[in-house]
Unconditional design. Structure first.
Length: 263
């Protein structure tokens, strides 16, 4: 299954929240935040190409392919308008959806992500890791992410969270990990997409996020017409998993703003 229903929601509660996961994970990274979401909006989550829940052959690696896949999955489910929320890689997909399927996106939630493209060094590193994963047939090259994805506070006080992330990483396929790395490496800067987007935006970032830090979040807030910045204390790149209540509150606020302005 590629589209998961976390909450059915109430009729006329507004557009559903659609949660798009980060790398190298799948929809399960959202379980805690989804459970904490107040309100009565429907809540869905998607498994992107390359994950165990993806049920179609892999296309040429690109974020645009992932966005098309999400749009198709939502169309199949009868969803024509959504509050689209992406974490990290999921944020790249959310921005691609806003660019390619603007009619679908009522609001954008950008969680521990950025609108810019990779630096040349980051681009080269992604391709190196993709090659290594394929050559070894193993997810070993991305195993260290189980600790680097979380903040210093989480690493020190709650090592069980890193253990859970490690298990999710082990569940991924080397083929899928390599595909996602190549897709992210190929993505363009989409800051102009954010500038052109006229719906409500929530930019959420952990105050200990070293991968997409506060400066990247502030850049997106400055670029968007109607953006709220939420800085989550004691959280790294996995704020949605480390501090799910705070992220859920930010997303519920976004859903309320979308319902008030989307007609």
């Amino acid at each position: 299954m590629t589209l998961h229903t976390f909450r059915e929601g109430r009729p006329n509660a507004g557009p559903p929240l659609v949660l798009i996961h980060g790398f190298p994970l799948d929809h399960r990274m959202w379980l805690a935040a989804a459970a904490a979401l107040p309100g009565e909006h429907p809540v869905l989550a998607v498994d992107l190409p390359g994950t165990p829940g993806h049920d179609r052959p892999l296309p040429v690696p690109s974020i645009e392919s992932s966005a098309a896949y999400v749009a198709d999955a939502l169309a199949d489910a009868g969803v024509t308008r959504a509050v689209v929320v992406g974490m990290s890689m999921g944020g790249y997909v959310a921005l691609a959806l806003a660019e390619r399927h603007p009619e679908l996106v009522a609001a954008l939630g950008l969680v521990d992500t950025k609108s810019t493209a990779d630096t040349p060094e980051a681009h080269a590193n992604r391709l190196r890791i993709a090659d290594e994963v394929e050559a070894t047939g193993s997810v070993a090259p991305v195993r260290p992410m189980s600790t680097s994805l979380v903040g210093e506070t989480t690493r020190a006080a709650r090592p069980a969270l890193s253990d859970q992330i490690a298990q999710w990483i082990e569940d991924q396929s080397p083929e899928g990990v390599a595909w996602s790395q190549r897709a992210m490496a190929a993505r363009p800067d989409r800051t102009d997409v954010l500038r052109a987007f006229d719906g409500p935006v929530a930019v959420v970032v952990g105050d200990e996020d070293d991968l997409t830090p506060l400066a990247a979040a502030e850049h997106m807030v400055e670029s968007a017409a109607d953006a709220h910045l939420v800085v989550v204390p004691h959280a790294g790149h996995m704020a949605a998993f480390e501090q799910p209540d705070a992220v859920a509150a930010a997303l519920a606020d976004l859903a309320g703003r979308a319902q008030a302005t989307d007609h």
